[in-house]
Design a protein around this ligand. Structure first.
Ligand code: HEC
Length: 241
């Protein structure tokens, strides 16, 4: 006589489940389908108001050049661009990151480690002169910083042809650059760079507009600007009719 009850499944289990593989398969598929529908249907019926993507614009040609430098230098190895919706993060960095903000980040720069702080809201946090000094010698603005200096960005010049090529590539991917940028990307980049180098003169900083550091500053100052426009639109939608 077998006294080991645990080794023998109860009779109902055998009758209902083990002997009815076909029925079991059908029921499993039905259970998974119901679960999937519960998850999926609300996603398709949700209305996102205001349509946040309307407030997200492609990077300007100079910002594209700065972003290419950011990728080349591997800044993403120490910096994330993703403020998570936690109080500890929003208090430190600001508004949490929305999916639509990444629409023109091709490839995206989420990053996976934070050896330095998140940068998704760094635009406008400091002035251009701060970034100029910080990138040259991080410890001059942030005592004890372990960020490496990037001195070569002050000698190397960005290339107008590279900007044209990068913007052409992004247009191929479907990015809607305004005509005044798409028509002549490097001319637009030079205009924006000139304004930054003029502004730096007020801080007694002489740098010619075509230096890589200028493009990188343009990019860093852009980060999080779309989020501000989105927040204003959200506030207007909540307060208005
Ligand atoms: C080895 C890791 C490391 C790398 C690589 C690195 N950083 Fe940093 N970064 C840090 C650390 C740590 C801090 C915080 C201390 C400071 O301000 O320097 C920081 C701070 C910053 C800040 C100020 C952020 C704030 O909110 O105060 C900016 C902007 C920045 N880094 C940009 C860059 C850029 C651009 C690159 C690539 C060219 C880069 N970093 C590469 C570690 C790194």
């Amino acid at each position: 006589m077998n006294t080991n009850k645990a080794a023998n499944p109860p009779d109902w289990h055998r009758r209902l489940i083990e002997n009815k593989g076909g029925l079991m398969a059908v029921l499993s598929v039905a259970a998974i389908a119901v679960g999937s529908l519960v998850e999926l249907v609300p996603m398709f019926t949700l209305e996102f108001e205001p349509r946040e993507i309307e407030h997200v614009t492609p990077y300007t040609p100079l910002e594209v050049a700065g972003r290419d430098i950011y990728i080349r230098e591997g800044c993403y190895l120490c910096h994330s661009q993703w403020v998570r919706p936690f109080r500890s993060e929003t208090l430190r960095y600001g508004e949490w990151s929305r999916a639509s903000e990444y629409a023109y980040d091709q490839p995206f720069q989420l990053g996976s480690r934070r050896i330095g702080p998140d940068l998704h809201r760094v635009g406008g946090k400091y002035n251009d002169a701060w970034h100029y000094e910080h990138m040259k010698d991080p410890r001059s603005t942030s005592p004890g910083s372990i960020m490496p200096p990037y001195k070569w960005l002050y000698d190397a010049s960005w290339s107008g042809d590279d900007i044209d090529a990068s913007v052409a590539g992004l247009i191929t991917l479907g990015q809607p650059f305004p005509q005044e940028q798409a028509g002549n990307p490097q001319a637009h980049a030079f205009k924006q760079a000139k304004a930054i180098s003029e502004g730096l003169k007020e801080f007694d900083i002489e740098v010619s507009a075509d230096k890589e550091i200028v493009a990188l500053i343009a990019y860093l100052q852009r980060l999080g600007q779309d989020s501000k426009a989105m927040a204003e639109a959200r506030a207007a939608a909540e307060g208005g009719e």
